[in-house]
Design a protein around this ligand. Structure first.
Ligand SMILES: [Zn+2]
Length: 470
C-alpha cells in the first residue's frame, strides 16, 4: 500500500538499483578485455563508502602457440572480446574435448577456465538468471576460489533467499574486500535473517562512520531500524510453515500465528491456481511487530499498514485480534505477499507502480470486494498518464493516494477490456529476463499502456466500469 511504500524504501531502492545496474552493464570497448566485475563495482558506488577498484578479467595471451594452436583458440577470444561470455565458455568446453593432442592449448584452456566461467556467470546474473549463473560460479569456485566467484555466489544465493549459503560466500568475499560497502550492506540483511542483530548493527555503525555526508542520513536510518529490530528480537520467536518463516512476539502474538500462516499458505495456493503465480522455492520471511514498535523498526509512521522490503513486515495492533480486524489483517498479508511473489518473479526489479500496486490490491481483495469498484465520495479526475510511471513517492501527498487507488482501476480495466484470463496471461510472461516497461507488460494481451490509460480515464469520468470478468 502506498503508506507502506515510504518505509522499506531505502533498502528496497538499494536492491533495485543494484540489480538494475548489473543489467545495464555492457562492455564499453569491444576490442578490450570485457569487465564483468566492473558492473558490480559500479553498482557498489551507489551506496556510501569507498568501493574497491574494478578488477577486469582478461584471458591470458597464449605463448608458445603455433598457428594451428592459435587457430584453435581464436574463436574463444573473438567471442569473449565481443562480450559473448557464455558463447566463449561453450566454445572452450567444446575445444577441451577436441585438443587432447595439443598440450599447449589444453594447458591454456585449463588455466582460463575460472575467468571464462565467472564471466559467463556474471553475464547470466545480470539478466536475472541466477540458476544458470550459479552453475557457472560453482564450477569456477571448484577450480579456484576467486573473489569474482565468491561475490557472484553470494549475490545469487542472497537473491534466491538461500541466506545460509549466501553467508559463507559473503564472509569469504568480505574477508578480502572489507571496503565493499555495498556488499557489507547486503550482508547485514543476511545477518538479520539469522537474527544476528548485534553483528548487523556493528557493521552498519562502521558504514555510517565511513560514509560520505550525502549518504549518511539513509544509512543512519537503516542503522536505527536495525537497532530497533535488535531490541524487538529479544522478545521474538520463530515458526515455520511450508512457504513461510514467521517471526512474532512470543507472548502477545502467539495466538495469531496459525491464522497468519494459514492465510499466507492459502493465498499461495489461490494465487497459483487463479493467476499462475509460482509458489516461492524458499521460505519467505514474515515479521509481525506490535503496532507501537513498528515505527522504530521501519523508521516509518506508526500508522503504516505493512511493508515489503525483502521481508513482509506487518504491524499488529491488539484490536486485530477480533474478527473484523482479522479480515483487515488478511488483506494486508495478501497484499504484501503479492509484492513478494512479483519480486521473486521479476528478479527484484522495480515494476511500474501502477502494475505493482494495482495487482497487489486486485489480488489481495477477495472477488466480491473487488467486484464493485469504490470510487469514494470525491473521486476527482483521473491522474495524468505520467503519474503512474515512476515511484508514487515522487508525487505530492495529494496525488499519491489517488495514484494508488487508480492503479487498481487500471488493473480492473485490463480485465474489463481483455477478459477474465488477461491477468494470468500477463503474469505468465513476467520473468527475470522479461521486459518490464508498461507496454511490454501489456503485450501478452496485445495491449498498450496509452490505450489502457485512455479506456480507464473514460470509464473513470463516466464513473463506471463495464461488467468485468469478475
Ligand atoms: Zn503495496
Amino acid at each position: 500500500m502506498l503508506k507502506k511504500a515510504a518505509l522499506g524504501l531505502f533498502f528496497a531502492v538499494i536492491l533495485a538499483t543494484l540489480w538494475q545496474r548489473l543489467r545495464e552493464f555492457s562492455p564499453r570497448d569491444l576490442a578490450s578485455a570485457p569487465r564483468p566485475m566492473s558492473a558490480v563495482q559500479a553498482a557498489a558506488a551507489a551506496p556510501p563508502g569507498p568501493s574497491p577498484s574494478p578488477k577486469p578479467q582478461t584471458l591470458a595471451s597464449p605463448s608458445d602457440f603455433g598457428e594451428a594452436d592459435a587457430a584453435a583458440v581464436r574463436p574463444i577470444f573473438a567471442a569473449f572480446a565481443t562480450g559473448d561470455f557464455v558463447g566463449a565458455l561453450n566454445l572452450a568446453d567444446l575445444a577441451k574435448d577436441q585438443v587432447s593432442q595439443r598440450p599447449n592449448v589444453l594447458a591454456w584452456l585449463t588455466q582460463q577456465m575460472p575467468v571464462l566461467l565467472t564471466s559467463a556467470g556474471w553475464a547470466r546474473l545480470k539478466v536475472g538468471d541466477c540458476d544458470q549463473a550459479r552453475v557457472y560460479f560453482e564450477r569456477s569456485h571448484a577450480l579456484k576460489a576467486t573473489q569474482e566467484a565468491n561475490k557472484g555466489l553470494a549475490l545469487c544465493h542472497y537473491k534466491q533467499k538461500n541466506m545460509r549459503v549466501a553467508r559463507d560466500h559473503f564472509l569469504a568475499y568480505l574477508a578480502a574486500e572489507p571496503g565493499d560497502s555495498e556488499m557489507q550492506l547486503l550482508y547485514t540483511d543476511v545477518l538479520e535473517s539469522e537474527s544476528r542483530f548485534p553483528e548487523a548493527v556493528g557493521i552498519l555503525r562502521q558504514l555510517v562512520q565511513a560514509a560520505a555526508p550525502a549518504e549518511q542520513p539513509a544509512l543512519q536510518q537503516r542503522l536505527e531500524s536495525m537497532e530497533g529490530r535488535a531490541q524487538e528480537s529479544t522478545l521474538e520467536q520463530v515458526e515455520a510453515s511450508q512457504h513461510f518463516r514467521l517471526t512474532y512476539r512470543a507472548i502477545e502474538q502467539a495466538d495469531l500465528t496459525p491464522q497468519v500462516l494459514s492465510t499466507l499458505e492459502d493465498a499461495v495456493v489461490e494465487f497459483n491456481e487463479q493467476f499462475g503465480l509460482p509458489p516461492p522455492l524458499l521460505p519467505i520471511e514474515v515479521v509481525l511487530y506490535p503496532r507501537q514498535a513498528f515505527g522504530s523498526v521501519t523508521n516509518g509512521p506508526s500508522w503504516a499498514e505493512g511493508l515489503f522490503d525483502g521481508r513482509l513486515r506487518i504491524p499488529v495492533s491488539s484490536s486485530r485480534l477480533d474478527v473484523l480486524a482479522s479480515a483487515e489483517l488478511q488483506t494486508v498479508l495478501r497484499h504484501e505477499l503479492v509484492h513478494a511473489l512479483l519480486a521473486l518473479m521479476s528478479d527484484s526489479r522495480s515494476l511500474p507502480p501502477w502494475f505493482d500496486e494495482g495487482l497487489a490490491q486486485r489480488l489481495s481483495c477477495n472477488q466480491r470486494a473487488c467486484a464493485v469498484f469504490d470510487f469514494g465520495p470525491q473521486p476527482g479526475g483521473f491522474l495524468p498518464e505520467s503519474s503512474f510511471m515512476s515511484s508514487y513517492l515522487s508525487l505530492s501527498a495529494v496525488n499519491a493516494g489517488p495514484a494508488y487507488h487508480q492503479s487498481l482501476f487500471l488493473i480492473l480495466t485490463i480485465e474489463a477490456k481483455h477478459g477474465a484470463a488477461s491477468l494470468r496471461q500477463i503474469l505468465s510472461h513476467l520473468a527475470a529476463g522479461s521486459s518490464i516497461d508498461s507496454d511490454a507488460l501489456l503485450a501478452p494481451v496485445n495491449g498498450r499502456f496509452a490505450d489502457l490509460y485512455a479506456s480507464a480515464k473514460g470509464f473513470w469520468q463516466a464513473r463506471s466500469l463495464p461488467a468485468a470478468s469478475l
